[in-house]
Every structure is written in C-alpha cells, then in structure tokens.
Design a protein around this ligand. Structure first.
Ligand code: SER
Length: 314
C-alpha cells in the first residue's frame, strides 16, 4: 500500500507544485496538503486540504492520525530576507516545526521525512565557486543559521534514533504558479512580472550578483527522486546545482523575447545576504548517490516563465 503523504506548507512556492506532482504520481487520496492559510485553488480543489499550524504539535498529530500519514514533506519556513527582520520568529518557526516532525518519526508514527535546507548554510568564508558538499560553513543570516542547525539536528536524529530524514540544499527556485515570499533570490521571479507588466524592473541586487538557481520542475524532481530511493547512501543534506546567473544575465535573456525590457539596479540589504552565499555549487555527491541531473538551462527557463506568466497575468 502506498504510504500516505502530508505536505506542510502546501500553499507556499514549492509546496504548491510538490503537492500537485505528488498527487499526479500517487493519487489524490494519498496526498494531504496543509498550510496555515488557504492556497492555490488547484491544490485546494484537487485533494484533501487541512489548515494546520506547524508549531502546534497536537494539531499535527491529529492530522497525521486522521489521515494515517506515513511520510511528511515539511516545506513551511521563513526565508532569508524576512527572517532578518523577525529573527526570533524565524528561529522559532524554522526550528520548532522541524522538532515536531522529527519527534513523530522518532516515535515511529511516521517513517520518512523530507526537510529542505538551503545554500544559505554557507557563509562569507565558504568557497564561492563550486562550493563543496562539505566545507567551511559559517552562515551569517538567521535563516542560514536555522538551516545549518536543522541539518545537524536531522543528522543527530538519524544517528541516535534511526530517523529517515532526507534533505536537499535548495538554491533559488524559479516558478510562476505561486510566488516565493521573503527570500533573497526572489528577484529572479519578480523580474518576469516587471518585464511582462511594465517592460521594466528595478532589481534589489547588483547586476553581477551571481547566485545558484533552479527551475521548479528540477527542484520537484530532485525532491521526489530523493524520497523515492529505497535507501540513501548518506543521510546528509545534499548540494544540488542546476544553473548560476546574475541579474544582468537573466535580463539579457529576457530581452531576447522582450527587446524593450530595461533593468535598473537599486541594491538593498539583500545584496549583503547574496554576497555571503555561494555563486555556484558542486553537487557531485547527489549526482553519484541518486543520479541527480537537472534539465532546465537559462534559455529554457526564461522561455517557460514568460509563457507561463503570460497566461497567469492576463
Ligand atoms: N531562496 C531562499 C532565499 O532566498 C534561499 O534558500 O531565502
């Protein structure tokens, strides 16, 4: 029998598309979506949906028992830029939610967890290019600190209690169904709205702020493939890489479709966050351990985003 799945944070950017894809693969009755707020109508209409506060342990247990959940994808988190404005809330949300789910697995109520980490676990003295899986990690953002602590807690629960928790260090994720909220890489989604609606975008990062990025479909494939592996080689948070580009480069690619598009730069505090992160990621280990491979390069990503948003915006 298919293990029933709960997605927490199903109204968020990744949670939305993850829910839809998991329902396509495993059937709507096997995939329960949940979030603290209502979400995308496709998610709400295509299968079970529960309003759930991930910091409330009792409520989570009720939902898990009601639907006989065996796997949890914990996609709720406060992202980098907004976490700098609310450090304590970010720490509480990002850590309490993780402990609540890890404890369910420790108590053998569920048997597998997906928990996303981020390129934000790296810091100013980590290597900037081809940042290895294991290297100096000294995050300087609240978000990065919470993700690195989370990685260590996942490893602890795995070693000590045999908890099967799987994790990926996501780069910036680009998609059009649901917007990201409060991240440093959000510019790479906003820029498409600017291009289509105003033929203009003012970027909050500098023109040469290179960051690792990935199209949503690749992120979803990586996530589901890692969760589908019978057994994984290493219970670690895997580096996964797809493409790296700067605001100037993505703007140039957009101009190929919308020649009158103009980009301006007005860097704010998010530039400091971007500068503390890697520019590109070495993901050899994921490619070796579970055959990770990305599909979308920058030209295809830009084309897909412009087509997708063309219909959404109108
Ligand atoms: N996209 C995230 C952010 O910008 C990074 O994990 O906060």
């Amino acid at each position: 029998m298919q293990n029933k799945i709960l997605i927490i944070g199903a109204s968020g950017q990744i949670g939305t598309e993850l829910t839809l894809k998991l329902r396509q693969i495993f059937g709507k009755e096997n995939v329960v979506a949940s979030d603290i707020r209502n979400g995308n109508y496709e998610v709400m209409d295509s299968g079970p949906f529960e309003i759930l506060d991930v910091t409330n342990k009792d409520d989570i247990l009720k939902v898990v028992q009601k639907h006989q959940i065996k796997q949890v994808y914990l996609m709720a988190a406060m992202l980098s830029a907004i976490a700098e404005k609310k450090p304590k809330n970010a720490w509480e949300l990002n850590m309490d939610s993780l402990f609540n789910i890890l404890d369910l697995a420790k108590d053998k109520i569920i048997n597998r967890i997906f928990w996303p980490s981020s390129i934000a676990v790296f810091g100013p003295s980590s290597p900037k290019q081809n940042t290895p899986q294991e290297t100096i990690m000294n995050p300087t953002t609240v978000y990065g600190i919470s993700k690195l602590a989370g990685e260590n807690w996942c490893a602890y629960y795995q070693n000590k209690f045999g908890v099967d928790v799987r994790s990926i260090r996501y780069p910036g994720i680009i998609s059009y169904k649901t917007n990201p909220g409060g991240g440093t890489t959000d510019y790479a989604v906003e820029i498409f709205y600017g291009a289509l609606q105003n033929r203009n975008y003012t970027c909050f990062l500098k023109e040469d702020a290179y960051l690792p990025m990935m199209y949503m479909d690749d992120a979803i494939d990586a996530t589901i493939n890692l969760m589908q592996e019978e057994k994984i080689e290493k219970y670690t948070s895997y580096n996964v890489s797809a493409i790296s580009f700067s605001p100037k480069e993505i703007a140039q690619e957009i101009k190929k479709h919308i020649p009158e598009f103009e980009i301006n730069y007005k860097p704010d505090s998010r530039q400091g966050i971007a500068e503390s992160w890697p520019q590109s990621i070495d993901d050899q280990q994921a490619r070796k351990d579970w055959s990770w491979k990305h599909q979308f390069e920058l030209p295809e990503l830009v084309k897909t985003m412009l087509q997708g948003l063309h219909y959404t915006i109108k």
